[in-house]
Unconditional design. Structure first.
Length: 179
């Protein structure tokens, strides 16, 4: 049953990506990591992200329009160009889990040459993680730092932190720029 629900268009996700999210450790700042998503020899979709020489990664499982372990909305197109969703990570030295909004923007395609792609992603991952405030457009800030909870819900907003499909996603896609 699960096998049938797995997105069969794995190649649509392959490419170089940039993530943007609010910093858990430095409130008011934004972080970006660059990375790669590709199909491994065993047929599993794998991601690797990093910044400032630090790397992390894992397997991804596209199922019914969502991608796990990071649950994201997929903007459906022949080639996936943007992923939007939530990331759960430890927010302190006590390893307290925190959830926050994150977007992935495609910044390039794989060349088909694994060695060249590895070199390209290594160069991307050397970029600094913390970015200048003016590098994050207002529509992205508004999307990543939206209010939620009882007060927001009383005003027509979200009760829970979620990854809703909103018109903002189209605006963010229009801002996407190659690196």
């Amino acid at each position: 049953m699960v096998r049938n629900a797995v997105d069969s268009r794995l190649a649509a996700y392959e490419g170089f990506w940039r993530t943007t999210h609010a910093s858990v450790f430095q409130p008011g700042c934004f972080c970006q990591q660059h990375g790669i998503i590709r199909i491994e020899d065993d047929g599993v979709l794998r991601f690797e992200l990093g910044a400032d020489g630090i790397r992390y990664g894992g397997s991804m499982f596209p199922v019914a329009g969502q991608v796990f372990p990071i649950a994201r909305n997929v903007v459906p197109m022949p080639k996936i160009v943007m992923l939007d969703g939530l990331l759960i990570a430890a927010s302190s030295s006590l390893r307290i889990p925190s959830a926050y909004a994150i977007i992935f923007e495609r910044v390039g395609d794989l060349s088909g040459d694994r060695t060249a792609d590895d070199a390209q992603v290594a160069a991307l991952m050397e970029r600094p993680e913390f970015v200048e405030d003016d590098e994050v457009p207002a529509v992205v800030r508004d999307h990543l730092l939206r209010n939620f909870g009882p007060a927001a819900a009383r005003q027509g907003g979200e009760m829970m932190l979620s990854a809703p499909l909103t018109p903002r996603l189209a605006q963010i896609m229009a801002l996407s720029r190659p690196t």
